[in-house]
Design a protein around this ligand. Structure first.
Ligand code: PAF
Length: 283
């Protein structure tokens, strides 16, 4: 596995591959890799000849400096995991490489970026779309893979690609879960053992809401309220528990076939998010 910590080195390797006509898949990450990320690498291998993984803890997407400082950084372990997953190139730029002196340009997908997580983390998605744009420009991948645990992030990046005519195929990969249902996340390592035991309640609440929808429940407000209560009862401080149209994350008027139930909540000092998609037949 090649390792490049700057753009010149990245391009040196990529140029050889581009000249050979090798297709390139990019898996952008912030490191602290878990089985969900490794699944992305394996799926990427099916999509392209070369797999590039980036690790960059992006300061621009952290609205809270304490959260940025606390974000787990495990570069040595990550490198070993990526080598055994047979990634071809690990790109680990420093902040000055991504945001050189004088850098001011930002990419904003308005509307979608201000709802749900965006309402609680001002500026977060501008940070995400800006850095993803920069990474796409640097790597020029044919395909990019993202986990669907960050469903809103995926929806926003999809919108950005369409709006900016970016020639990158976007692939969303199902959330990988622990055996008790907890969605794998780099933030799980920040949970105390008591919080870790409580954490799967979020997925259980989402599944209960999904089952209610499948049984024909139409009272969205009641369903959302039950979800919020279920989270509170297990010690979460919920930000939202809501059901939206999967296509655009807007409120459903009863006509959408595909819905997504999304939740974000704090357990102590750790913020967790998760979602489940539900398809229903509509007359
Ligand atoms: O999902 C993530 O890990 C990050 O938001 C991403 C896409 C790597 C951008 O920093």
């Amino acid at each position: 596995m090649f390792i490049a910590d700057n753009i010149a080195e990245l391009h040196r390797v990529l140029t050889v591959w581009h000249n050979q006509g090798d297709s390139i898949a990019l898996v952008p990450t912030m490191g602290n890799l878990h089985a969900g990320h490794i699944r992305l690498v394996h799926e990427a291998r099916k999509c392209a000849k070369r797999v590039v993984v980036s690790i960059f803890v992006n300061p621009l997407q952290f609205n809270d400096p304490t959260d940025f400082a606390r974000y787990p950084r495990t570069f040595a372990e990550d490198q070993v995991k990526l080598a055994s997953a047979k990634a071809d190139l690990l790109f680990t730029p420093g902040a000055e490489e991504i945001y050189p002196p004088g850098d001011v340009t930002r990419v904003h997908v308005p509307g979608l970026s201000e709802i749900l997580c965006g309402a609680f983390r001002p500026g977060h998605f501008i940070g995400v779309t800006t850095v993803v744009n920069k990474l796409f420009n640097m790597v020029q991948p044919d395909v990019a893979l993202f986990g669907l645990k960050d469903f809103q992030q995926f929806t926003i990046i999809h919108r950005m690609l369409l709006d900016l005519h970016m020639p990158v195929e976007l692939v969303g990969i199902e959330t990988v879960r622990e055996t008790d249902g907890l969605a794998m996340s780099s933030r799980n390592s920040l949970l105390s053992s008591d919080e870790r035991q409580r954490a799967p309640a979020m997925y259980r609440a989402l599944c209960a809401a999904r089952d209610a929808v499948l049984k024909g429940e139409v009272e969205i407000a009641a369903l959302e309220q039950r979800g919020m209560q279920a989270l509170e009862q297990t010690g979460f401080k919920p930000e939202y528990f809501t059901l939206r149209r999967a296509a655009d994350l807007q409120a459903d008027d009863g006509s959408a076939h595909e819905l997504v139930i999304l939740a974000a909540a704090w357990l102590g000092n750790t913020r967790l998010i998760d979602n489940v998609v539900v398809s229903r037949s509509v007359d």
